[in-house]
Design a protein around this ligand. Structure first.
Ligand SMILES: [Zn+2]
Length: 486
């Protein structure tokens, strides 16, 4: 057992993650869930909480929540219940939030964290429960002077809340848990898991205790963290605050804290935000949610390949890949799909991985595109790699052709022909380029001819450049060697 805080205490962390389920309409009405519409465009009597409006459960949201639960190895319960969680808040027009309380959709799952550097064994963090609920609206404080505006477009967007066991022992382990969870949810296709758009939000329960202690210390809840790095900084700051309190003979008070990213500190929330007297009771407008075992098994069968399974398959099927290659290639489902198709087409996994990790990622970074938007599809890139393999174009020319394909699309052989990038192994052309290079670089050429063989590579480089990558480097080497009489 380690004192993970570096403060002589061990950190004990449980995380509550709220994820937007990727439905077209809200959880209890037909309003759109589109992000970024003008305020209050996507509202109706149900999500505005007008009297007499009745909620109707969105079947697709249930489908996605079950899929998420199964991807996290949870037990999905045949019957779960919706409850009213009562509290007053300006962006909660009904005065209560419909959630699941004592009978959640699913319980008892796990997220398995990959091993890392000093501890390479994987570690499972328990998932206590996964339940469904509706999101609240948003208060906007910076739109009007001295007034708060309320946007209810988000009110009623379906959420899955995923609660972990308090088994996380450090801020970096919390980050690893969140990254792994996000990856699983993205692979399962249940959410776009975008933190920028608020589709994934995290609250943390934190306490500290002396190493070796079994009882839990008094915990605080931290809210308002809006990136994974904010979670890491907030957890460290809160553990430090609690350690200072205990070291000076004080006590940790159970309360809700807010992370202030500007001040890099946690501070107590106003008492109302910390209140936990929700007076839950079953929602009289919604019948129990019944899920048949047939439905659960059908969804289980339809689950796509999840990150851990894909990493294991890549490791077995493509032994030439390193652990690093596999880590990057399974970081998102779309990237892995792309690589998978390219590797199958090219029959050379290592070359396929080098291109995906090199040109493809660099191109996406430069253009800001997602991989699905990239104009170079696996089929086209596969054709390009075949041209390199068959000696039709050089590696240098292939990179140039890739650039053209990424910018304007097109078929690699046609681009190579049009732009004069087919590999030239015609001796007359090569000799002409070599003569020009010798004339332009008399110093290097002279030293090469007098026996400095290491300059051969430099001269080949000049010829490749002069030919825009179209010269056949193997033949250029042979021709250069004949000049020294060897
Ligand atoms: Zn609505």
């Amino acid at each position: 057992m380690t004192a993970a805080t570096g403060l002589g205490y061990e950190m004990v962390v449980g995380l509550e993650v709220h994820v937007h389920l990727q439905t077209a309409t809200k959880i209890f009405c037909g309003c759109s869930t589109d992000f970024g519409a003008p305020p209050n465009q996507h509202t109706c009597p149900v999500c505005l909480g007008l009297p007499g409006a009745l909620p109707v459960l969105n079947n697709h949201a249930v489908e996605l929540a079950i899929r998420a639960a199964l991807a996290l190895d949870c037990t999905v319960h045949p019957v779960s219940m919706f409850a009213r969680k009562n509290y007053f808040y300006p962006d909660l027009p009904k005065g209560y939030q419909i959630s699941q309380f004592d009978r959640p959709l699913a319980t008892n799952g796990r997220v398995t964290l990959p091993g890392h550097g000093d501890d390479p064994s994987p570690r499972a963090i328990g998932v206590t429960r996964l339940h469904m609920e509706e999101d609240a609206g948003k208060s906007i404080h910076d739109r009007f002077t001295a007034a708060t505006a309320v946007d209810l477009n988000r009110a009623g967007v379906p959420l899955a809340e995923i609660v972990s066991e308090p088994q996380i022992r450090s801020a970096s382990e919390a980050e690893s848990y969140l990254k792994t969870l996000k990856q699983i949810l993205e692979f399962a296709g249940v959410s776009d898991v975008s933190m920028e758009e608020g589709s994934l939000r995290v609250d943390a329960n934190v306490s500290i205790r002396l190493p070796g202690a079994t009882a839990l210390g008094t915990k605080t809840e931290i809210k308002n963290m809006n990136s994974f790095s904010a979670v890491v900084r907030a957890l460290d700051a809160e553990a430090r605050r609690q350690a200072d309190l205990l070291d000076s003979g004080g006590r940790v008070e159970q309360q809700t804290m807010l992370w202030d990213a500007t001040m890099e500190e946690v501070r107590p929330a106003r008492s109302k935000e910390g209140s936990h007297d929700y007076r839950y009771f079953p929602d009289p407008d919604l019948p129990p949610l019944v899920v048949t075992s047939d439905r659960i098994e059908r969804i289980r069968r339809e689950l796509p390949e999840l990150p851990a399974a894909r990493a294991a398959r890549f490791m077995t099927s493509f032994p030439s890949l390193t652990a690093y290659d596999i880590g990057v290639l399974t970081s998102s489902r779309a990237l892995g799909d792309y690589f998978d198709e390219l590797a199958a087409r090219s029959g050379d996994a290592k070359t396929a991985a080098n291109w995906v990790l090199g040109e493809v990622l660099a191109s996406l970074k430069a253009s800001g595109q997602s991989i699905d938007e990239l104009l170079v599809r696996p089929a086209g890139l596969g054709d390009l790699l075949a041209l390199v393999r068959d000696g039709v174009v050089s590696h240098t020319a292939a990179k140039q052709i890739f650039g053209v394909m990424a910018e304007r699309g097109g078929e690699p052989r046609a681009i190579a022909e049009r732009d004069g990038l087919l590999k030239v192994s015609d001796d007359d052309a090569l000799v002409r380029w070599i003569d020009e290079v010798f004339a332009e670089h008399p110093g290097e050429a002279g030293r090469f001819l007098r026996g400095e063989r290491r300059l051969q590579g430099v001269l080949v480089g000049f010829v490749m450049k002069k030919s825009s990558g179209s010269a056949d480097p193997k033949r250029v080497n042979q021709l250069l060697a004949t000049r020294t009489g060897s």
